[in-house]
Design a protein around this ligand. Structure first.
Ligand code: GDP
Ligand code: MN
Length: 382
């Protein structure tokens, strides 16, 4: 779950990391109101789920109300790398002496948290990694031990920042690590972390990605979840609690288990078709879940055939068959369904479906066979 910059800053603030005073606005009038309240100069920043806003013209400095109105008007509605700007963040402008980079993320192969710190901030860290990898000081933190102040100090020393920044940076990094762990984040990044001419260290930009599966531990994350960009299909699927990602093709895909769902998308492509979506109905394929899944796919105007690919592991074949038959009573399907059913008690499940087979519900012998049939029905076989 990727946060907007302003949400990332709110997340930081809730963990005691100081941010510049500011507020969100969705109109020119609102932006000016916020700017008047904060006091000039202000920075007006496009809120989109992509970086490089500065270069794209999505970040502007305003000295007074007239300029604030002009900047807000320019930025609202702007397209940045395919993202339309609907919100702006207005904050008190900062004076910058130096720009640094700081982040924490998980290094899966090391099975540790990876902290990165660089004196070369304000630019993309990938570029620094390419041209001057030694300019990034890295620290691997064992999650059991956590990050202590001594280790943080050594890490900051290795980054060769301006000595005037040391204390402020150590303090922010310790808080950033706590925010990252306690907040169940996958990524926290401050770029730039700045040193001001009067020696203060401040957060200027925030990129935060939270683990969507941790929302049950953080009820307040609902507000972040509510602003996730989703198309119509994705928001209905989300309301029904389905793991769904909309794609552009014509074969609707339903599978149980994320791995099988991904393989199903692959095999549909492999036989010359294109998947309309990724949909994992998880372990319990009951009538309720199956009906929700079929409804979401049925509403997708791009879908011309549906491939249901179920491998019964814990869930039994007859339960799945019951689920499908129950769902078909509730949903009036506009595309034919091809069903592959294997695994535990698959024979029983198939026997239950047998009397209901028609040109709208077909059984396939295998995953490959099912994909071929569905692609053919969708009319885009090679
Ligand atoms: P990004 O381009 O999407 O990463 O957006 P950032 O928030 O990182 O801003 C890009 C650049 O704009 C920063 O590296 C700064 O150089 C500049 N900038 C942002 N906020 C301020 C500010 O308050 N004062 C000044 N002087 N520059 C700012
Ligand atoms: Mn940035």
């Amino acid at each position: 779950m990727d946060l907007f910059e302003y949400q990332g800053k709110q997340f930081f603030a809730s963990h005691g990391i100081p941010i510049s005073p500011g507020d969100v606005a969705t109109s020119v009038a609102e932006a000016v109101e916020v700017a008047d309240k904060i006091g000039y100069p202000v920075v007006i920043k496009a809120q989109v789920h992509t970086g490089g806003r500065g270069k794209a013209g999505g970040i502007k400095l305003a000295e007074n109300g007239i300029e604030a109105a002009e900047c807000a008007d320019d930025i609202l509605g702007m397209d940045i790398k395919g993202h339309t700007v609907h919100r702006i963040w207005v904050e008190k402008a900062s004076d910058i002496a130096e720009e640094y980079y700081a982040s924490f993320t998980l290094d899966r192969s090391a099975k540790k948290h990876l902290g990165m710190l660089s004196a070369q901030g304000g630019v993309e860290i990938e570029a620094v990694a390419d041209t001057d990898p030694d300019a990034i000081a890295k620290i691997w933190v064992d999650p059991v031990d956590g990050l202590d102040e001594t280790a943080a100090r050594e890490w900051v020393a290795a980054a060769n920042l301006n000595p005037a920044a040391t204390e402020g940076v150590v303090e922010i990094l310790l808080k950033l690590y706590t925010a990252y762990v306690d907040g169940d984040a996958d990524l926290v990044e401050i770029n730039p972390l700045i040193l001001t001419p009067d020696g203060k260290v401040q957060v200027l930009d925030a990129k935060v990605s939270l683990d969507g599966s941790s929302v049950f531990r953080h009820p307040d994350y609902e507000r972040f979840d509510a602003t996730q960009p989703r198309d119509d299909r994705e928001s209905i699927a989300h309301q029904r609690g389905l793991q769904y990602v909309g794609l552009e093709g014509s074969v609707g895909v339903i599978a149980n288990g994320a791995g099988l769902a991904m393989s199903t998308v692959d095999v549909v492509n492999q036989v010359g078709g294109s998947a309309a979506n990724f949909l994992d109905i998880g372990g319990g394929a009951n009538a309720e879940t199956m009906a929700a899944a079929l409804e979401v796919i049925n509403n997708d105007p791009g879908v011309r055939a549906i491939f249901i690919n179920i491998f019964g592991g814990i869930v039994k074949g007859e339960v799945i068959a019951e689920g499908i038959l129950g769902a078909l009573e509730r949903v009036d399907m506009s595309s034919p369904i091809v069903m592959r059913l294997d695994g535990t008690n698959a024979g029983d499940g198939r026997a239950m479906l047998e009397p209901k087979l028609s040109d709208m519900l077909m059984l396939a012998d295998s995953m490959l066979d099912g994909a071929r049939k569905a692609v053919e029905l969708a009319g885009d076989a090679p």
